[in-house]
Write a protein that binds this ligand. Sequence first.
Ligand code: MLC
Ligand code: AMP
Length: 498
Amino acid sequence: MANLTKMMLYFQKNAQKFGESTALLSGTQSYSYSRLINHAENVAGILLGNQSDLNQSPVAYMVEPGFSYVSSQWGIWLAGGIAVPVALAHPLESIKYILQDTGAKTFICSANFTSLLSDFCREAGVRLIVWEEMPQSNPISLPEVQLDRGAMILYTSGTTSLPKGVLSTHLCIESQIKSLVEAWKYSANDHTLCVLPLHHIHGIINVISATLYVGGKVEFLAQFSAEEIFARFNQGALNVFMAVPTIYFKLIAYLESLDEIKRQELKTCMQAFRLMISGSAALPVSVMEKWETLSGQRLLERYGMTEIGMAISNPYEGERKAGHVGMPLPSVQVRLVDEANKPIQNEAGEIQIKGPTVFKEYWGKAVATKEAFTEDGWFKTGDVAELVDGYYRILGRNSTDIIKSGGYKLSALEIEEVLRTHSSVEDCSVVGLPDEEWGEIVAAVVVLKSNTSSDELNTFMRSKMPAYRVPRKYLFLSELPRNAMGKVTKNDLKVLFT
Ligand code: MLC
Ligand code: AMP
């Protein structure tokens, strides 16, 4: 259909090569690489219409994990656009923010989301394309997309009250993929199960993109379910699995609820896997050890971030050290620095990263982008680590305003801003409390100006943000503790919950 004689993008080139091999499995359906690329070209044709190139216009898409997701993403890339995946669990307010911040004027959604989106899109002048209703497009000539062009914007919460769009180029994405393929030895024999949300780098790059780059198979689960994951493991076809520590925690709880015979049967299946990885948050040593006992797999823990892809990893071959994240991945430069950005050795310091995997900019935020890098181009992660016997060990973050819960990065400031909009709330402060299952859970200290209850605040917050951002504990105080500068002393607040 489309004219493919021009320069092809990395994923497209490979997809042509893998032809009729299975790329995706979802539900009872399987999809070959040729079918995937054909459909992506059709999506590109619909997006382009009479234009020859989307010229890096952002295109939002909100579709279920599987064929519709990958063909939408690839279609946007083939048409020369920037892919903006939208979380399925987000309420309309968060979606509006992303559309406004990116300025996306086109939105692909699956039929399940049309009633949520259609009024807003009509009013905002956004073209809404329903994935299931896409017609066959006419043959088109695809634009030539150079690797230095913008490819994807992912939203990340940080030390500002509103999430920032992280813009990665095709070069960043291909470099991230190649680095992982080399380190973790992906191959066409890989068959992985994607259980992660697809608006974050873990699921998008490590699970889907790297597997499809080498001709492997990606199977999808619509949503997390321990029972369903083990049912798929039990079928015996899967050989690679990647997840966040909370998922391993939940899988362990499920395994422990089974009888010995069933547990042993699943252990036999899991022992046959080539690789199991944990990342996105610290893997508690207790979880790593229990998982090894129950599955026979020693988890490979690695460290990454939306802005840099994966940066540090335990070795594929060699010792996987519990409580440590390992060594720099191929093409990634890592250093530890003091508060003056001076490199240090034999001491804890901030992790800084350089290399082709690092993102280009925060979308529309030149000042934030400048502040995120040192003058000589190192990205400041805000994570603190030490180097022990050649292995990095993460010690924490240099901001109490960032919370990691269930593998999601949350901004305390963002949650506070929303809580302050409740009519009974005079002031508030949000902190993360250590939690074995979730890594951290969100807790809010509230000063009230009129009577209300934690139940009411909870209902209010759930209407404004996805469940994983909602405070799980509330504490009411008459005032917030502050230091001499007037800043709330969050460490003092944390102890009040113990
Ligand atoms: C959900 N619940 C929580 C919670 N999230 N409770 C406390 N803290 C949280 N963070 C509650 C819900 O309110 C609900 O309870 C119950 O748990 C089930 O909710 P759910 O939404 O169905 O949760 P579940 O599907 O079980 O989700 C758990 C999860 C999910 C671990 C599968 O959080 C997840 O997919 N996390 C992965 C995120 C991710 O991909 N991060 C990567 C970012 S990239 P109730 O009472 O309401 O019924 C990155 C870079 C890198 O970090 O290095 O990779
Ligand atoms: P995100 O911004 O959602 O991409 O999350 C990135 C953050 O997750 C990093 O800055 C770290 O704080 C955290 N993180 C990722 N992997 C690990 C890990 N293995 N151990 C500890 N923290 C991690």
